[in-house]
Design a protein around this ligand. Structure first.
Ligand SMILES: [Zn+2]
Length: 336
């Protein structure tokens, strides 16, 4: 749900602005503290409140005045147990959030001024792990809004192996369609329709069980689904979903008129995969789809993307600091 949360801190619009906001480890630590305790420090060991002791040489540690135990600010985040300074982590997350995707470890190392390639590689890998974890909650379910569902072929060139043979992968898309306020500037484009949240998934085939299974696992019950008239979608009605199939979808003009958002998503996705990754092998495609989805769903809320990359909780189901200390909750690790 973090896509819908407005982070209260403004997101820096340039690297200079970023460095003014987070000039050193101390500033980063203050930010971590603010994220954890909106209303001031509360000791996870004894529950005491009030100003803790601060240690000048260890900005990411607070010490409780009552029980004298240390509280590490990075516990439960991607920065936990890392020797890399907080300011480097923050700058790395900023670069990934704000710059063109597909940054290599070498570029990353140069930008952050790191002496070792391995450090840059490890940092990049850990920060990206937040992006390649799929978003779990279901999309749709809002009154007056529908969800477009469509599928496309991605990647892999056919090499003269006969008809019907290809190295392409089927990718399903489900995307919320929202409507701008009438009379605004955005209202003029695509009849005022624009995209809400997105889900993308690799499919083994175009059968009803694959395509409808994808819809069932990603779209909330009661949502109106708009698809083309491929028979693989005809079972949607039996699954408690409203279904509107557009006839004559073989005609590209009709398809663009009725499924404009999913078609725009597919063309952006294909351009991104080609330009930044020069094509992607099928076994890694889902991780790239997740990264694309992560950026897409947070395009209006870069501060939430930044926080997610650092492993700073931004949603309601987030663990409490006491959970983190009792070991009840663990920061999810990279799935690839
Ligand atoms: Zn305490």
């Amino acid at each position: 749900m973090d896509v819908l949360d407005h982070a209260e801190l403004p997101f820096p619009t340039s690297l200079t602005e970023f460095q003014t906001l987070f000039p050193n480890d101390k500033a980063c630590a203050e930010y971590l503290e603010k994220v954890r305790w909106e209303n001031g420090f509360e000791c996870p060991h004894c529950g005491a409140t009030g100003e803790p002791f601060r240690i000048a040489t260890r900005p990411n540690v607070l010490r409780c005045r009552k029980c004298r135990k240390d509280v590490r600010l990075t516990v439960g985040t991607v920065m936990e147990r890392s020797c890399v300074p907080l300011s480097i982590w923050f700058c790395g997350a900023y670069l990934i959030t704000s710059q063109t995707p597909g940054m290599s470890a070498t570029q990353f190392q140069r930008q952050l001024g790191l002496s070792r390639y391995e450090t840059a590689y490890g940092l990049l890998h850990k920060l990206r792990s937040a992006m390649v974890r799929p978003d779990q909650d279901k999309i749709g379910g809002r009154e007056g809004e529908h969800v477009e569902v469509d599928e496309t072929l991605v990647g892999g060139r056919t090499r003269g192996e006969g008809r019907g043979k290809h190295h392409k992968v089927i990718v399903s898309c489900a995307v919320e369609v929202k409507h701008s306020q009438p009379g605004t500037a955005q209202d003029k484009r695509k009849d005022g329709r624009y995209a809400g949240r997105l889900r993308l998934s690799v499919q083994p085939d175009r059968t009803a069980s694959s395509l409808c299974g994808f819809v069932e696992s990603t779209v909330a019950k009661g949502t109106l689904i708009v698809t083309d008239n491929w028979k693989g979608y005809s079972a949607l009605k039996d699954m408690g979903l409203g279904h509107h199939a557009i006839a004559e979808c073989g005609d590209p003009e009709i398809a663009d008129e009725f499924l404009p958002i999913s078609h725009a998503v597919f063309s952006n996705l294909k351009a991104w995969l080609m330009e930044t990754h020069h094509g992607v092998s099928p076994q890694h495609l889902q991780a790239y789809l997740n990264e694309f989805t992560f950026r897409f769903n947070r395009r209006y809320y870069p501060m939430n993307a930044f926080r997610s990359l650092l492993g700073l909780a931004t949603h309601a189901e987030a663990p409490t600091y006491a959970d983190l200390y009792s070991g009840k909750w663990k920061h999810p690790t990279c799935c690839g």
